[in-house]
Design a protein around this ligand. Structure first.
Ligand code: NAD
Length: 381
């Protein structure tokens, strides 16, 4: 099969779905690879590096869509791409089918076979294809870097000839994939790092990374059961009150707050309220990784950086992985390569959509003229 990556058209999107390295490996599975000229440039992959890896570089998106059997993308096709797309292609990209019914219908009308990278089930065997985790890991790291970029002091404490410097205090709210990456980065930079999550089972992970788990004197059933697949459930009003009380107590002390709290299928819970921002010291920073889903902080403006009246910077960017486009493209294209590996069982360049494969079935949202979303629950954990 021919696998092709066009240039991403979404404004500001710097990632690319195929890197020269992943293309090289896909070729070992019997596939041919092609990219649209300039597709990798914003992620620092020139046309020449693709050519050196044996990838054909075509001049236009139209040529790419016409020649490739499988289109690998980061973002789902924009309307103008879809209108021009030939029928019957296989598409692998982020799709978010639950939020994009109209897009799904259009993809299906083009009789596309569509594998949504955001629908890869979060089971052990699928970890190598888990693009959500790859991107969340980058977002967590980048959140700390962004916080540092807006913070006027060191993270680590120092004793210098010019005086003693106290370490920065960082609070990470939500310890999923992004939160744990933020905790690791913050600890590595030498900050005193605190973290909170509604799932008490993450306390051990937080502490093993050198951060302090913020305990609440309140018990609530947030067990990591099959019912939620390890995700959080909405908190009870009593728990939420306790949590906010704790955050109010911590706000004047914290220099940096990184919020990552999400509950599947719901807007982000509001956890860092206006009065907490007001209680923070001037020069403090809040980075809200939940901005795209409405934000965990009352004052977050999605896609923007704002400064509160008392001088607290609130960063609400929603494109952290794209801000580290080389790294993000490397990980994303590796996730896609692993998916292609599963789709090419004989390593002979022939794509087989195996509906019995939990991972393929989970990600498959359109096939043979039918919308196959939502999938049945995976059989294996
Ligand atoms: P997420 O992005 O949905 O949520 C981020 C974090 O916010 C979660 O840890 C959640 O508990 C927390 N949260 C929700 N409400 C909160 C509140 N009010 N206060 C504080 N924290 C709150 O999570 P994620 O990063 O996608 O990970 C979710 C789960 O999936 C985790 O258990 C993770 O280990 C698991 N996971 C498993 C796999 C796998 O097995 N392949 C891969 C990735 C993630």
């Amino acid at each position: 099969m021919k696998i092709g990556a066009p240039r991403e058209l979404e404004p500001g999107e710097a990632r690319v779905a195929l890197t020269p390295e992943s293309a090289g490996r896909l070729q070992k599975l019997g596939h041919e690879c092609l990219v649209e000229s300039g597709a990798g440039l914003a992620a620092s992959f020139s046309d020449d590096t693709y050519r050196a890896a044996g990838v054909k570089v075509v001049d236009t998106a139209a040529e790419l869509w016409a020649e490739a059997d499988v289109i690998a993308k980061v973002r789902a096709p924009m309307p103008q791409e879809l209108d021009a797309a030939p029928d019957g292609k296989t598409l692998i990209s982020f799709v978010w089918p639950a939020q994009n019914e109209e897009l799904l219908a259009k993809l299906n009308a083009k009789r596309m076979t569509v594998l949504a990278m955001d629908m890869v089930p979060r089971i052990s065997r699928a970890q190598k294809m888990d693009a959500l985790s790859s991107m969340a890991n980058i977002a967590g790291y980048r959140a700390v870097i962004e916080a540092g970029n807006n913070f006027g002091r060191f993270f680590t404490g120092q004793v210098t000839a010019a005086g003693k410097v106290p370490p920065a205090k960082v609070l990470v709210v939500g310890a999923g994939v992004a939160g744990l990456a933020a905790i690791g980065t913050s600890v590595a930079l030498g900050a005193m790092t605190y973290a909170f999550d509604v799932r008490p089972e993450v306390a051990e992970q937080i502490e093993s990374m050198g951060a302090e788990f913020v305990f609440l004197d309140f018990e609530e059933d947030q067990t990591d059961g099959a019912e939620t697949g390890g995700y959080a459930k909405p908190s009870s009003p009593e728990f939420r009150e306790k949590q906010l009380e704790k955050f109010r107590e911590l706000a004047p002390e914290m220099d940096i707050v990184i919020t990552t709290a999400l509950i599947p299928g719901r807007p982000a819970p509001k956890l860092w309220l206006e009065d907490m921002v007001k209680a923070m010291k001037p020069g403090s920073v809040v980075v809200d990784l939940a901005a795209e889903r409405g934000g965990n902080c009352d004052l977050t403006v999605p896609d923007q950086k704002v400064v509160s009246e008392n001088g607290v910077t609130i960063v609400g960017y929603t494109d952290f992985p794209s801000r580290m486009a080389t790294q993000a493209s490397n990980l994303y294209s590796t996730n896609i390569r692993h998916m292609m590996d599963d789709l090419t069982p004989e390593k002979d360049g022939v794509v087989v959509v195996n509906m019995e494969d939990d991972v393929i079935r989970g990600a498959l949202v359109c096939h043979e003229g039918e919308i196959t979303f939502p999938p049945p629950p995976p059989k294996v954990k």
